[in-house]
Write a protein that binds this ligand. Structure first.
Ligand code: AMP
Ligand code: GLY
Length: 420
């Protein structure tokens, strides 16, 4: 079948790389894609958030399956538009994407299904929010309700920071996303992510991962979209994974179905783990980036069968063949990211690095020009490796990144330090 992937980051490159290896995939397209994706798919200049344009393209190219990578088209209802046009689609409806698009919605679902998460209050004005915050005391967590590109969360260790975050959010620092604010109990522990496919009824775990959100070594510097990840997450033991599934994920899936808005897609659950108890931090309704790169290098071609089964409502009979392996991904970002950075700088030395299923350089923000690879984004490459141990995967990735010549880029040298 012909397949279309929406998105153009490292996550979509990893998905394209895995899917292209599956014999069920005839022609693979990606909109908009990037220079790395262009090596495995035909990149097309369509806006992933323009559902009608995507439907028209699907008709022209006889697309049998569409996979939606990022959250923005999901929150915009592109999955609904595609399904209404009779196109087999991976990705939740706009109503189910509320699990990422509204933090207050997720808290309400947790209340309704009894999932363990931080105590919270939900506010629409600054004064009441501040009163609650003063009563609760610091540390406390202030969150813009809506999508804020990962920037709408302030973990306030003191009252002054908390109160000024409330002013910022209601003052419009995050636009419409901050018109409502959720204030949460500060949870201590170790964080990990758990990726679970659901067809609305059944679930199929896709693996666990941990990422590093801060820009610099030692978890210092500003928050980013993620500077590196590894899978599996050692903190997600078999027992904790089962608890997360039985006490949080499955109850959420049942609650969404009960409301008539079943969740079909990948649920990316962030947990805080302490004393053997996983507590939900947040949901996303898509794969994580760069977590996806680590998951895909472990799963390979079989991921297409799982995603198709998910979209077709046949997850009950789907299986994953797990190898006893580990994956590791380190992000090469442009100097200045997550702030302002230069675009159009040249990256040299990428040829010959990719090595079967043990090492792959996934592209996030690149373009090809006159046979050169140029950096066009903040996070630009994700050097991803697989090994029998986390150490082996780590060493493979770092050995490869040293061969890349890109003076205008930087990467963390300590990804995975907690686990190693
Ligand atoms: P979120 O966008 O909800 O994942 O929040 C971003 C980050 O803020 C999380 O990955 C956590 O590190 C931190 N965080 C969010 N909520 C809490 C909480 N209730 N307690 C402690 N840390 C939190
Ligand atoms: N790596 C975090 C995210 O994809 O949201």
């Amino acid at each position: 079948m012909n397949i279309l992937i929406l998105g153009g980051g490292g996550r979509e490159h990893a998905l394209a790389w895995a899917i292209a290896q599956n014999p069920k995939c005839d022609q693979l397209f990606c909109a908009p894609g990037n220079a790395g994706i262009a090596q495995v798919a035909d990149c097309v200049a369509i806006d992933p958030e323009d559902g009608d344009a995507v439907v028209a393209f699907c008709a022209d190219e006889s697309i049998g399956f569409v996979l939606i990578g990022p959250e923005a088209p999901l929150a915009a209802g592109v999955a609904d538009t595609l399904r209404a046009a009779g196109i087999l689609t991976f990705g939740p409806s706009r109503a189910a994407a509320q699990l990422e698009a509204s933090k207050a919605f997720t808290k309400e679902i947790c209340d309704a299904c009894g999932a363990d998460t931080a105590a919270y209050g939900h506010f629409t004005d600054a004064e009441t929010a501040k009163e609650y915050t003063r009563q609760q005391g610091a540390p406390i967590v202030i969150k813009a309700d809506g999508l804020a590109a990962g920037k709408g969360v302030v973990v306030a260790m003191d009252m002054e920071t908390a109160l000024s975050a409330i002013d910022d959010m209601f003052g419009g620092a995050f636009g419409a996303a901050g018109a409502e604010v959720v204030i949460e109990e500060f949870m201590e522990g170790e964080e990990a992510s758990f990726f679970v496919l659901s067809d609305g009824e059944n679930v199929l775990p896709m693996g666990t991962a941990q990422d590093h959100k801060r820009a610099f070594d030692g978890d210092k510097g500003p928050n980013t979209g993620g500077m590196g990840a590894y899978s599996p997450a050692p903190v997600m033991t078999e027992e904790i994974t089962q608890k997360a599934l039985n006490e949080t994920i499955i109850p959420t899936i049942k609650e969404m179905a009960k409301r008539g808005t079943p969740f079909a897609g990948v649920l990316y659950a962030g947990f805080m783990i302490k004393d053997g108890q996983p507590r939900l931090v947040e949901y996303n309704v898509r794969f994580g980036d760069p977590e996806c790169q680590a998951l895909m290098i472990r799963l390979g071609a079989q991921v297409l069968d799982a995603l198709l089964a998910c979209a077709e409502g046949k997850l009950a009979v789907a299986r994953i063949n797990w190898a006893n392996d580990h994956a590791f991904s380190v992000v090469y970002a442009a100097d200045g990211y997550p702030g302002a950075y230069e675009k159009g700088t040249e990256i040299v030395g990428l040829e010959g690095l990719n090595n079967g299923s043990s090492l792959h350089v996934f592209h996030a923000g690149t373009t090809a020009k006159d046979s050169k690879t140029l950096a066009t984004g903040g996070r630009v490459l994700a050097i991803t490796a697989r090994g029998d141990s986390l150490k082996q995967a780590h060493d493979r990735a770092y050995k490869a990144i040293e061969k890349i010549d890109w003076p205008e880029g930087f990467y963390r040298t300590d990804i995975g330090y907690r686990a190693l």
